[in-house]
Design a binder for this molecule. Sequence first.
Ligand code: LLP
Length: 422
Amino acid sequence: MSLVHRDGGGALHIEDVALDAVARQFGTPCYVYSRAALTAAYDGYRQALAGRDALVCYAVKANSNLGILDVFARLGAGFDIVSGGELARVLAAGGDPARVVFSGVGKSRAEMRAALAAGILCFNVESAAELETLDDVAGSLGKRAPISLRVNPNVDPKTHPYISTGLKSAKFGIPFEEALPLYRRARDLPHLEIRGIDCHIGSQLLDPAPAAEAAAKILGLVDALAGEGIALSHIDVGGGMGIRYRDEAAPTASEYLAPLLAVLAGRKEKLLFEPGRSLVGNAGLLLTRVEVIKHGAEKNFAVVDAAMNDLARPALYEAWHDIVPVKKVGAGDTAAETRRYEIVGPICESGDFLGHGRELALASGDLLAILSAGAYGMAMSSNYNTRPRAAEVLVDGATTHLVRRREEVAQLFALESVLPRP
Ligand code: LLP
């Protein structure tokens, strides 16, 4: 299902809402999400997991807007969080703490206390030191902390090095060989309760084979643990399913999960998943307006009002996002001719680009939609160059909900002060 479609007049829509109307009402740059697309992505997992005892824990880091969390909470999702801030968001959006897993290599004591107070499902523990600290924190609260060990299966996910996490060289997880002794240690610590096992090998995986291989390695550990009387109630295989940005042959949830489920067939443990990108990535776009057109001897530039602070992925990973005009192609008042454009933002860095070499007919004032921007878009945005962050709008049928107001400049330095005056 494509997120956008054109009406009879060629104008780009998301569900029943015209994007030029969104721009007029809420301004640009503006992230626009589709509730139907979010729901369809979640349903993909639900259908693939039908008949299995499974919980889909949406990885909040991909897009932590309360409106998005609300949609998933209403669908019955759990959440994978990596900070106390994300826990607060989940609770504010009405998420069920009993369905929350807490990942991350550097949880603070304060974050551990908050999660214990909320009553989360499980801490995914990533080091021996964290295990000891968590036992101590739980003891000081008179509680037992539910835990999984995040095991690093040393499997190559064959994805971008910045988003691959399951290799031995990564900072993530507990080395495979150290997992068994550490489970024994966890069993002996008085304020811990062993719940499960966890792994996550990377992101934007187009081939499910490495994930299935990791699951198989993890199962070996589960059985070894059972042999020692340590019974687990769940197996968490992380997130990572890739999506289509350009022309990738991205798997459906059923296709991606099939080899994993085959490996996990007949297991009595509950299965947990932590998808982020595949639930939100293709459910959102970034709407931006062309400010300035510059035709040069070597390159043509379209300077738009969105920038690397709004969508960092192109600058950070050289990631590709399709960029399409909002009005009908060729319907410009200026009848601009098609040229190859560098689509860039107004930030003072050459790395500030959103797309290279795009064939478009553009004039100043035109609206563009930067697609597949629902994941790691707004969530990774910043205020670089004192740029207020974009508004966020959630479309539901013919209705638009403003789920985040555009920031105002005064808010950006409200926490700062000048030095005292004599
Ligand atoms: N679980 C853990 C422990 C993770 O570290 C991640 C993502 C996920 C789940 C969700 O993975 P997903 O289903 O979204 O692939 N900023 C990068 C992606 C970073 C992913 C970090 N970890 C990007 O824009 O491509």
